[in-house]
Design a protein around this ligand. Structure first.
Ligand SMILES: *[C@@H]1O[C@H](CO)[C@@H](O)[C@H](O)[C@H]1NC(C)=O
Ligand SMILES: *[C@@H]1O[C@H](CO)[C@@H](O)[C@H](O)[C@H]1NC(C)=O
Length: 180
């Protein structure tokens, strides 16, 4: 019963729980390829950027950081067709400068290719599939969250976020008991 607590006590519990939730659900920043200066032609099939991206779980609000030599290369966001054809002529967006941050603001696939002629054909390309947080638990065959994730904001991914949802449920229950 909410009557066991004073109003101020409940307010501070709510505040703490909210802070806890926000710290757990903080968006993450992924260096592309999981290491410095990895936006380049991969040296082998095993170094393919898509091997890296398949091992990570990207959620709406996360960001990718592309690091490369800005005098020789660039990043193009393209359609699936242009990705498959390595067609650099009409990108959806293009980024230069050597240190490009792309925020993932919607769910679904993002297709990136190098802006440098010939590099995409040699394997400098990347598909990142963004899942919306709500559906993340139910994604069939989702890879283990910890594998290949470079620690950024949150120490764990799936677990922490799930925890956050439980906390929200708890907060909602507390608010409910206050109101009634
Ligand atoms: C590349 O895309 C442009 C515009 O979509 C198109 O006109 C051109 O034919 C394409 N080039 C190749 C080689 O597919
Ligand atoms: C690239 O940009 C990010 C933030 O936008 C920054 O934290 C990082 O230090 C930059 N890296 C380089 C090599 O400039």
């Amino acid at each position: 019963m909410a009557g066991c607590f004073s109003r101020t006590k409940i307010s501070s519990v709510l505040l703490l729980l909210c802070l806890f939730f926000f710290s757990l659900s903080e968006a993450r920043v992924y260096p592309v390829g999981g290491k410095d200066n990895a936006w380049r032609v991969p040296s082998s099939e095993a170094e393919s950027l898509n091997h890296w991206s398949e091992k990570s779980r990207f959620l709406i609000g996360d960001s990718l950081v592309f690091e490369y030599d800005g005098s020789k290369d660039s990043v193009l966001l393209v359609t699936k067709e242009d990705y498959l054809a390595c067609n650099t002529t009409s990108p959806v967006a293009s980024y230069r400068g050597g240190n490009t941050t792309v925020k993932l603001e919607r769910s679904g696939p993002y297709y990136f290719i190098s802006g440098e002629q010939g590099n995409c054909v040699k394997g400098q390309k990347l598909i990142v599939v963004v899942i919306s947080e709500r559906h993340s638990k139910f994604t069939a065959g989702a890879p283990a969250p910890s594998e290949g994730v470079v620690p950024a904001a949150a120490p764990t991914s799936g677990g922490g976020r799930l925890h956050g949802e439980l906390v929200v449920g708890f907060v909602a229950a507390l608010v409910g008991s206050l109101v009634i």
